[in-house]
Ligand binder design. Structure first.
Ligand code: 8X3
Length: 246
């Protein structure tokens, strides 16, 4: 396809799945990568130019296998990640923090490192990281996630410095409140009532498609235009803890 190959991690649901669909509609050959193969197969069946690839960003062998199958990559969307738990620091479980760092920070490191040669091939490439407003400010009960997303933001900024002069753009898209099927459910350990409460009374939280739209905008600018950081929140959200509810 005209736009080349776009790899999207964490593509089995939410922002990742929406981004895979949107980039396919934009004319990319999309490699939709995630752990859950059944969901990926469904996604791949929705468009002729989406290919499902099983990927665990915490497993170096899985990442190496992905890289071995790709010579030329135009866009890498490092989207795999998420939050686990809302406990204050004094009660937080280090295992949760470890899991969040492993996906949100080390996952980005592993996949970006592995795909950089392919991103530098051809017309050049673009590394996009799905960050968060949590990567740019903090809130009570969010420390494990905010620390991980701050780590991802630091990785993005450093990578841009280190790649200066090479044909690879580096961008972060940092969403605020996005109502997806799984983000809050995973964070709140499967408690559906608590997850629903996160969005209760908020007239229009962002949707996964809103963020896919933003990512599509970022990657479809001319090759010399690097959008460093786009922070995107719903109108109802002025800050993580300042949300208008009806
Ligand atoms: C999700 C946004 O506000 O829960 O990345 O940190 S927030």
């Amino acid at each position: 396809m005209a736009n080349g190959t776009a790899v999207v991690t964490g593509a089995s649901s939410g922002i990742g799945a929406a981004t895979a669909r949107r980039l396919a509609a934009e004319g990319y050959d999309v490699v939709a990568a995630a752990r859950r193969r059944d969901r990926l197969d469904e996604l791949a069946a929705s468009a002729p130019n989406i290919t499902a690839v099983t990927l665990d960003v915490t497993d170096p062998e899985s990442v190496a296998a992905l890289a071995a199958s790709l010579d030329d990559v135009a866009v890498l969307v490092n989207n795999a990640g998420g939050a686990i738990g809302v406990e204050p620091i004094e009660r937080a479980d280090p295992a949760d923090w470890q899991a969040m760092f492993d996906t949100n920070v080390l996952g980005v490191l592993r996949v970006t490192q592995a795909l950089l040669p392919a991103l530098e091939n051809g017309a050049g490439g673009h590394v996009v990281v799905t960050g968060s407003i949590a990567g740019h400010l903090v809130y009570e009960g969010g420390a494990g996630y905010t620390a991980a997303k701050h780590g991802a933001a630091a990785l993005v900024e450093t990578l841009r410095l280190e790649l200066n002069g090479r044909p690879v753009r580096v961008s972060e898209v940092a969403p605020g409140m996005v109502h997806t099927e799984e983000f809050s459910l995973v964070r709140l350990r499967g408690d559906r009532a608590a997850a629903a409460k996160v969005y209760a009374g908020v007239e229009h939280p962002l949707t996964a498609d809103d963020i896919a739209d933003t990512i599509a905008f970022v990657v479809t600018r001319p090759a010399h235009v690097n959008i460093d950081l786009l922070v995107v929140k719903p109108l109802a959200q002025a800050a993580p803890h300042k949300v208008a509810r009806g």
